[in-house]
Design a protein. Structure first.
Length: 145
């Protein structure tokens, strides 16, 4: 599992079979409020993150079919549940570790995928999954429900 920007995703897609998930904020205003609310970012970093988000949202809109799944991060728990279902769809073995009502944390998710090659970058954020099972990326970018 990698948390990467779209340029990194493009490079990985050239060399590996992978599943890509795009997680977007409800709006740029909401993203800015979240960043400011954390109190961990300087004004300069907030502006860079917002500019990056605009570019990545633009890439998503102009690249139909690039992402295998798109999630709107409007609520942490429901987004995590939809993310878990998407990963479980591509990796059915994960279902033995979680019920429909349970949301896996990162450690549980990693333990549940013993046959996968997993690379992690930032804890708690998911950008894409390297898939060692030979699954092809889909031609459409469905919204995961």
């Amino acid at each position: 599992i990698l948390d990467i920007d779209v340029q990194g995703a493009q490079q990985i897609k050239l060399k590996r079979q992978a599943k890509f998930i795009f997680i977007s904020p409800p709006s740029l205003q909401e993203l800015e409020e979240r960043l400011r609310g954390r109190g961990t970012e300087t004004e300069e970093k907030i502006q860079v993150r917002l500019k990056t988000a605009v570019g990545e949202l633009d890439f998503r809109d102009k690249s139909p079919g690039f992402f295998d799944c798109e999630l709107l991060n409007d609520d942490l728990h429901s987004t995590a549940a939809r993310l878990t279902r998407a990963v479980a769809q591509w990796n059915p073995d994960i279902l033995q570790f979680a019920s429909d009502q349970e949301v896996l944390d990162n450690d549980s998710l990693i333990r549940a995928l013993p046959r996968q090659r997993i690379a992690t970058s930032k804890a708690g954020q998911v950008g894409e999954m390297l898939n060692a099972n030979g699954l092809e990326t889909s031609p459409a970018s469905p919204v995961c429900t």
